[in-house]
Each structure stands twice: as C-alpha cells, then as structure tokens.
Design a protein around this ligand. Structure first.
Ligand SMILES: NC(=O)C1=CN([C@@H]2O[C@H](COP(=O)(O)OP(=O)(O)OC[C@H]3O[C@@H](n4cnc5c(N)ncnc54)[C@H](OP(=O)(O)O)[C@@H]3O)[C@@H](O)[C@H]2O)C=CC1
Ligand SMILES: CC(C)=CCC[C@@H](C)[C@H]1CC=C2C3=C(CC[C@@]21C)[C@@]1(C)CC[C@H](O)C(C)(C)[C@@H]1CC3
Length: 612
C-alpha cells in the first residue's frame, strides 16, 4: 500500500457507513489499504484508505474551527445560479458523537454485521447526548421516536436529532461536493468524478445495430397497434391495415393541438409556482434545481378538460385524429432527439451521460448523449418525463370517455375502471414528483430518442390502447362482481407499488427515519449506502415492479378475453421490467459487490415471489 498518511497525522476520514467526513488522527496503517483512525471525539475506527484524505483536500490546513471551514467553502463553492441553502445553526457538523448516537437506527444493525467494522465504541458515543433542544432547529419540543431495538448504542433518537443529522449530512455532502469541482481528486463515496465523463464501453439494447433497429421498430409498433386493433377489427395480423395517404398521418390541426398541448404544459412548468428541489450532485459538483409543480399542472389540465367539456368542445376529435396525433408526437420526438444530439456534441464533456457517450452517433442518439439538456432553467428531460406525455395519457383517456359517452349516452364500467386506474397511477407519479430526481432515468440516462419518444409518443399512444379498444368495442362490459374483483386487484398492485417505492425513498433520503424502525439493512462498502433486506425489499428484489405489474394486469382485464391485442400493455411491461431488473442487477452487483451478493442470497426472487 502506498503510504499517503503518516501515523499521528491529522486527516479527514469518512465516518463508516455514512457520507460524513470528520477530523481524525491516523493511529496505524494496516495491510489491505486501511488505516485505524481516531475521530476527534475519541472513537477509533478502521477506515479504508480511500476514505481518508488530507485536510487540505477540504480547503483547510491546520484550522480546527468549523465556522472558518464553513464560510470558506461556502464562498468558494457557490455557483451563481444557486439559491442560498438553509444554514444549520448547529456547530456539530463534525460531531461523530451525534452521528454515532443516531446510527443506532437501521444502519447500525447492518453495521454490526459488517466484517470490516472493528470499532470500539467509546462511552461518549454510547451515551451520546443530543445537542441542547431548540438550538439546532426551530422545531417544537422534540418527542422521542420509537426506541430502536437493543443495539450497542442505547441512546434514544429524537425526531430533532434525526432532522439535524440529515441537515448536517446534506450540508457536508453539498459542501464537499461543491469543493470537488475545483479539485482534481475524486471524492470517495460521493461518486463525484470531476472532469470529462468517461467513454461508454458497454453497450445495451444490442449496441448500435440494436439502437438503429429500435429507432424504427418502436414508432412502427405504435402504428402497428393502431393498424391491427381498431373499430373494424382487433387481431394479431402480420400486416396491419393502415391508410396509405400522408394526410391520414399528418394534418395541421393535429400538429397545432400537439404543439399547443406541449406549450401549455411548458408554460405551467415555468410558472414560479411550487418549490424548487435539488437534484443529486453532478460530477462537476453542481446541484440542479427542479421546479416541483407537476401535480398542479395535472389539476390545471383537468380543470381545462372540465371547461372544454362544459363548453361542449368537440373532445371526440382526439379519438378521430388519434393516428395523426400519434404520428405528430413521433415526428416531434424524432426531431427533438436530432436537435438534442447535435446540441450535445457541443456540450461540455462533463455534461454528458455516462451511458450515452460511446462515440457511436447512432447509439448515443438513441440512448441520449447529454445528461440534463436545459434551456436556461428549463430541464427538457425532466419536463418530458412527467408532463406532456403522462398528463397527456390521462387527457386522451378522458377524451375517449367523452367520445364513448357522446355515442352511447353512458360510460361503460370497463372504460370507467381503466380511466380511473390509470389516472390514479399518473396522479401518484405527479404527487411524488421529486422521487423521480433520484431515479436512473434522471441521474444517469441521457435524453435521447428512447426517452423522448418513450415520454411523448409511446406512453400516451400505447398506454391508451385499452381505452381505445373499449370505445371501439362498446358491446363489451364488466359485471359488478368482475369490476369489484378488478378494482381489488388494482388496489393490491397500487398498495405494493406505492408502499415499496415509499419505503425505499424514505430509506434513501434518511436511513434513520423512525418509520423504518425494525427494518434490517446490509451495509455496503462501496458507496456507503445500505440495502434494505427486510420489509418490502426483503420480499422480492423489486417489489415495486411486482405492484406495477399487478396494476398492469388490472388495466387489461376490463377488456375481457375476446382479443389478445388489448393485453399488449401487460406483456410489453413484463418484458420491459424484466429487462430493467436485469440491467439494475448488473449495475448493483458492480456497485455493491459482496453486499449485493449477500442481498441476493437473502432475497432469492427478483420480481415474483417463489416464481422469478
Ligand atoms: N409505467 C412505466 O412505464 C414504468 C414504470 N416504472 C416504475 O418506476 C419505478 C422506478 O423504477 P426503476 O427506477 O427502474 O427502479 P427502482 O425504483 O426499483 O430502483 C432501483 C434502485 O433501487 C436501489 N435499490 C435496489 N434494491 C435496494 C434495496 N434492497 N434497498 C435499498 N435500495 C435498493 C438501487 O439504487 P441505489 O442503491 O443507487 O439507490 C437500485 O439501482 C418502479 O416502480 C417501476 O415499476 C419503470 C419503468 C417504466
Ligand atoms: C419501449 C420504450 C420506448 C421505452 C422507453 C421507456 C419509457 C416509456 C419509460 C422509462 C421509464 C419510465 C418511467 C415512467 C413512464 C415510462 C418511462 C418514461 C414513469 C414516469 C411512470 C409513472 C411512475 O410512477 C414513475 C414515475 C415511477 C415512472 C418512472 C419511469
């Protein structure tokens, strides 16, 4: 091992199992790239060498004053566009004592299992007392949260302490992330690698050839579904019945409606309504801001639909021009992806997507070359992922209902079920809008043809297939018992989907969250994140996919069993999620190594308990 730090030297060391960096003294150099360090409050820990950095790395040489450090890094690190962060009054940013006291929550159980953990806990850590109440935050008197099961630290966690640690944590992460932009060295544990994004060396989707084929195949599938399942028939035939004239695919009105809808959503997105949320730190240390007002956009859109219905706007026009709208959305997303790719070629190398930077134009165009293309503060990927397509999906369903109602004077139970189920799903996505900021789609995938087309054309025009089928086949409806069973199935799926996603989000946001008490987790050495191994994430490795798939089935069942085409959604979605699960499995096993293997050993099934 190269000896970068001398025994006795004061360094910054990462508190095991956290993102927090503290002052520590090197006590001993161990075999296998490790040090034994003593943190300022006395706890001794064995720490991997890449979690030990010189103090100067953090912009401090010799000073021990937290306040000095704080002001210095602030003035250096702030980028002009950044809004002021909340200032933690607590001087305890670097108190492992508090971090230790709180580590008696979920991660502590994991940490005790960790083979690398040889720490002896000092009495100070064991009896860690919280900061004087009321000092760190203006919260009302903190109540004790439910006490954790017996651990090595009998200290109780109060809500206020949890809040404080989270604040400290985000402050430390933020501050040091910012610092990294001016430093060539890597910040271990933060996954921030300043500078150019490395070349993508591993291809997915069959590489450039697969990407090329999919660029044609995906739009062809939208047309195919329209051609094989419409008012005239609904059969899986090889050659679909599609019109042969251009104006059957494009007309001015459809183009105007599509562009008007896109502009309407863009306008709502730009309104200074709703809070601004931070994205995850980028490689250059910046954190982008995102406007959170998608649910507001949904409500406004529903109100607009209500007004249009009230004033007898010809809403059935959407059904009549379904093909033209789908073609326009496809053409628009293709055009947008070309512009995005050209733009990305001129973007700074640090702004590229780590998975869409292969150097092969076809592949990068498909996957997306630039990570977060923005026009000013307008984030194109984030906007497209949730708004025009997702809200558009519900609007198309409502227009299909209007068409059905105008023709039959009532709504079928089947169509009502499908419309309500899907509206609930979309409302949920928009309500939990900020959860998307930590998904791979936003943090890792570029914005290329796959996502642009997926968001703007695929979602609104293939996910509405069941609704369109039910308008075309009004003779089919559900009995009350059938409807009740399908409603129950949808609720079951929704419950699993929502509860598991919320559990993971809460755990990722704050592993010390009292509502996660009693859940076991496995510590991981690589990125200092733990993996939930009980609760929903102990049932199968992707309980959220399971819930989503159960809902998918509930959205298709109202179409009955006369035709297979309306089951396209659940079939496609099963393939998509199995592929996503395999992709995620590879990413996680690379990222978490042995901890992931241990997780897979504990949780045998990927999506379906006892089946797969
Ligand atoms: N309707 C649609 O068309 C689609 C819907 N979806 C839905 O979107 C949602 C998000 O899906 P997606 O982003 O693919 O995947 P997930 O939300 O399942 O995220 C996977 C990530 O979760 C983390 N993770 C995995 N296991 C654990 C664990 N045991 N404990 C803690 N963290 C864990 C890992 O990231 P890390 O450790 O880095 O946090 C992993 O990379 C799902 O509900 C899915 O069903 C997805 C695609 C299409
Ligand atoms: C075949 C093809 C064109 C693939 C592109 C895939 C996209 C359609 C999907 C990739 C991930 C998605 C997510 C949602 C919609 C579909 C796409 C864009 C999502 C917004 C649906 C609502 C959920 O609640 C969600 C927010 C979790 C979800 C995020 C992923």
């Amino acid at each position: 091992m190269s000896r970068r730090h001398e025994e006795g030297q004061t360094v910054m060391a990462k508190w095991p199992g956290s993102h927090l960096w503290f002052h520590a003294k090197v006590l001993k150099t161990l075999e296998g790239d490790k040090y034994v360090v003593r943190f300022e409050e006395g706890t001794e820990e064995e720490v991997a060498a890449h979690h030990v950095l010189s103090e100067s790395y953090f912009g401090r040489s010799g000073s021990k004053s937290p306040s000095r450090r704080r002001s210095r890094s602030r003035s250096r690190g702030r980028s002009p566009g950044r809004t002021p962060r909340r200032r933690s009054k607590s001087p305890a940013i670097k108190t492992p004592k508090v971090a230790k006291a709180n580590s008696s929550g979920t991660p502590a159980r994991g940490r005790r299992e960790s083979p690398r953990k040889v720490a002896k806990s000092t009495p100070a850590a064991k009896t860690a007392t919280p900061e004087p109440k009321g000092k760190a935050s203006p919260e009302p008197k903190a109540k004790s949260s439910p006490e954790p099961k017996a651990t090595s630290t009998p200290a109780k966690i109060t809500k206020m302490e949890v809040k404080k640690v989270v604040e400290q944590k985000s402050e430390v992460v933020h501050r040091y992330a910012t610092r990294s932009s001016t430093n060539k060295e890597l910040v271990p544990g933060l996954d921030l690698k300043p500078g150019a994004v490395p070349k993508t060396t591993e291809y997915e989707f069959g590489g450039p050839v697969g990407a090329f084929l999919l660029t044609f195949l995906l739009p062809a599938t939208v047309l195919y579904l329209y051609g094989v399942c419409n008012k005239a028939h609904c059969d899986l035939v090889f050659v679909p019945h599609l019109p042969k004239t251009l104006d059957a695919y494009f007309n001015t009105n459809a183009a105007l409606v599509f562009l008007g809808w896109f502009a309407f959503q863009a306008l709502i997105y730009m309104l200074p309504i709703g809070r601004l949320a931070d994205g995850v730190p980028l490689r250059d240390g910046r954190m982008l801001k995102y406007r959170i007002n998608a649910f507001f956009a949904f409500v406004v859109s529903l109100a607009a639909f209500g007004a249009a219905y009230h004033y007898k706007a010809p809403l059935g026009w959407v059904y009549d021009n379904y093909l033209q709208l789908a073609s326009t959305a496809t053409a628009f997303s293709l055009l947008m992806s070309v512009v995005l790719y050209i733009r990305a070629r001129r973007a700074p190398k640090s702004a590229l997507s780590p998975v869409g930077n292969s150097g092969n134009a076809v592949y990068d165009f498909f996957i997306g070359h630039e990570l977060n293309p923005r026009i000013g503060s307008f984030d194109l990927k984030y906007f497209c992922e949730l708004r025009p397509g997702l809200i558009g999906w519900v609007m198309i369903n409502l227009c299909l209902c209007a068409k059905h109602y105008s023709e039959h004077g009532q709504l079928s139970t089947a169509l009502t079920c499908v419309t309500l189920f899907q509206a609930l799903y979309v409302a949920d996505a928009l309500w939990f809008e900020d959860a998307i900021l930590t998904t791979n789609d936003i943090t890792t995938e570029g914005f290329g043809f796959m996502l642009a087309f997926g968001d703007l054309a695929w979602v609104p025009f293939t996910y509405t297939l069941q609704g369109r089928y039910l308008v075309d086949h009004p003779e089919h409806d559900l009995t009350n018992v059938q409807a009740a069973l399908i409603v129950l199935l949808n609720l079951l799926g929704f419950w699993i989907f929502r509860a598991s996603n919320s559990q993971k989000n809460a755990f990722r946001r704050n592993p010390y969250d009292p509502k996660l008490q009693g859940l076991e987790s496995i510590p991981t050495n690589v990125t200092n994140k733990s993996l939930l191994v009980s609760g929903w994430w102990g049932l199968v490795r992707h309980p959220n996919y399971l819930g989503d798939l159960i809902m998918a089935l509930a959205w298709c069942l109202p179409c009955g069993f006369n035709h297979v085409v309306p089951y396209f959604y659940v079939i496609y979605f099963t393939i998509l999620l199995i592929h996503r699960e395999r992709r995620d499995h590879l990413v996680c096993s690379k990222k978490y190594g042995a901890a992931w293997d241990k997780y897979c050993e504990r949780v045998k099934y990927r999506i379906f308990p006892y089946i797969y």
